[in-house]
Design a protein around this ligand. Structure first.
Ligand code: F6P
Length: 545
């Protein structure tokens, strides 16, 4: 069954939220905290090893309740059941959306076309486990009978970003294998990667759901040619494996059938790291850690499925995001992890969030008149404090920000961790409280400045505050907690898509550029050219000259 097509702006809750927004838009969070001693507790959720503090948001209990009402009015509960049970909610591609089934236990039952898909998923997991152990332990050797030292993941978009982000985030748990990621069709970059590799001891994992993606196939072909300079065609079977739904195309490329790890159409590329697309993760941190990542995600799935909306982390975060996006007209959200390990987390979420919810046609096929997908950006703290935090603190734009931090450091350096976490906590306090003119003047007076100097400098030293943040405080970065964190954002995407009445699981918006690039490539190769506007034509001519 399809999702309903309810325009959120026509709901009763939306109208009430519009009225409520007028009464609360100028209220300072400082005053809300002053009035309510229990605010921090009542707006926080403690679950497993997660402490999510949503109290530093420009919302009160009434507003939150109206947001929950909105979720009820758009039938979110029913939509969640449809999502997990494999209804064809990716309607424009006529597909179910079942990345959650990839992390379900062996005993679960999830049906696609009347068939339980869980046994098949676990067969592939067993194949990933056996392959991982053979490579990591050195049982499976190269064509010159040497253990593998390096893994190259060749893929793009969801076939790159997820594995790359997780491998980087879990580097503390990594084994001896060196991992590399080739995604861009930029030949210079491919050459930079291969120039330091020994083809004799390198394993190539080609990841492409469709196995038709120009970038991935070009990179795979270039790398195969390079490999064949020092090996024979028969050696390809030992050095190249593939992850794909398109078995025929993979075989055409010359990959041995035993070296194909299947995936399925009901897994979207940007949600696929839990499938065999995560093979490089498993190779890099070991299968047990890959399993732990999946288990963490499954725990978050259970939480999302069963917790009431008030205590449901993805639901609360999604609703707050709708609140800022649609009522405060916030354009973007920043995601700031206070750990260098999550360096690629915002980049990964950019695809997850923006490819999913960057839509302007509703589920009935009509143009949308309200804002949908937010712009996502971010870098680890504290580096970002020394880069763009100025704008978040004192700029003219409202940027709701997620702060992600871990209670324990992995290497246990207390001095560093205290400094890191002090910044993590202080920033949300500063963003919320700000600094009044009076406080700014007092500080300047304490520095013995003249009255004239104080008056002229004070305006620049004022922080209005009232900048919203969510703090996601987690006990420790582990495969399990990372799995929970990624799944948390996946479900936030789902909730927002349901509310905005859009299809979150297609990505037609990436097609037009691909088509036109194919035409231009044809022209560059000397074939007949199509008419272009003068700007495009000049650029083509400039390149050819
Ligand atoms: O950019 C569009 C897209 O289809 C993404 O959704 C996907 O993750 C990526 O291309 C790669 O696709 P494939 O895995 O089929 O090569």
């Amino acid at each position: 069954m399809a999702l309903p097509t309810i325009n959120p702006t026509t709901t009763r809750a939306w109208k009430l939220l519009e009225n409520h927004f007028e009464t609360i838009k100028s209220t300072h969070m400082k005053d809300m905290f002053a009035k309510d001693n229990n605010r921090a507790n009542s707006f926080s959720i403690k679950w497993e090893d997660f402490y999510v503090d949503a109290s530093k948001n420009r919302i009160d209990e009434k507003g939150m309740n109206l947001l929950f009402e909105l979720a009820e009015e758009v039938n979110l509960k029913d939509a969640i059941s449809k999502y997990f049970q494999g209804d064809l909610i990716n309607q424009t591609e006529n597909r179910a959306v079942l990345h959650t089934a990839l992390r379900a236990p062996k005993t679960a039952k999830v049906f696609v076309d009347g068939e339980n898909i869980v046994p098949e998923i676990h067969d592939v997991k067993e194949k990933i486990e056996a392959f991982t152990n053979d490579i990591v332990n050195g049982n499976r050797k190269s064509h010159t009978n040497k253990p593998f030292t390096d893994i190259v993941n060749i893929g793009i978009g969801g076939s790159d970003l997820g594995p790359a982000m997780v491998v980087d985030s879990l580097q503390y748990y990594k084994n001896h294998l060196n991992t590399h990621f080739v995604s861009n069709v930029d030949g210079d970059y491919v050459n930079e990667i291969i120039k330091n590799l020994n083809p004799e001891t390198t394993l190539f994992v080609i990841v492409s759901k469709t196995f038709t993606t120009q970038e991935t196939l070009s990179n795979a072909n270039t790398i195969r040619e390079w490999f064949l300079k020092s090996a024979s065609k028969e050696d390809i079977a030992k050095h190249f494996v593939a992850v794909s739904t398109n078995i025929e195309k993979v075989k055409e490329f010359g990959i041995d059938e035993n070296n194909i790890f299947p995936m399925w159409n009901w897994v979207g590329g940007r949600f696929s790291l839990w499938s065999a697309v995560g093979l490089t993760i498993s190779l890099s941190v070991g299968y047990k850690n890959f399993e732990a990542l999946l288990e963490g995600a499954n725990q978050m799935d259970e939480h999302f499925k069963t917790a009431n909306f008030e205590n449901n982390i993805p639901v609360v975060l999604a609703l707050l995001s709708v609140w800022y996006n649609n009522f405060f007209n916030a354009e973007s959200e920043a995601i700031i992890p206070y750990t260098q390990y999550l360096n690629q987390f915002a980049t990964y979420l950019q695809q997850g969030i923006m490819e999913s919810n960057g839509k302007s046609v509703d589920r009935a096929g009509n143009p949308i008149k309200y804002q949908t997908g937010t712009i996502i950006w971010g870098e680890p703290g504290t580096n970002s404090q020394h880069a763009f935090f100025q704008l978040i603190h004192q700029g003219t734009k409202l940027i709701p920000t997620d702060f992600i931090g871990f209670k324990e450091s992995l290497h246990g350096n207390e001095d560093h961790h205290n400094k890191l976490i002090s910044n993590f906590i202080a920033q949300t306090e500063a963003l919320m409280n700000g600094k009044t003119e009076e406080e700014a003047k007092k500080e300047l007076a304490d520095k013995n400045l003249s009255e004239q100097e104080i008056n002229s400098l004070a305006p620049f030293k004022v922080f209005t505050g009232n900048k919203p943040t969510n703090t996601i405080f987690i006990k420790k970065l582990s495969p399990n907690s990372l799995g929970k964190l990624i799944a948390m954002y996946e479900h936030k995407i789902f909730v927002q898509g349901v509310i905005w009445n859009i299809f979150s699981y297609d990505q037609w918006g990436v097609e037009l550029g691909k088509q036109l690039a194919t035409d231009i490539l044809n022209e560059l190769s000397g074939n007949a050219s199509k008419p272009h506007d003068s700007s495009t034509q000049n650029l083509i001519n400039y390149y050819k000259s």
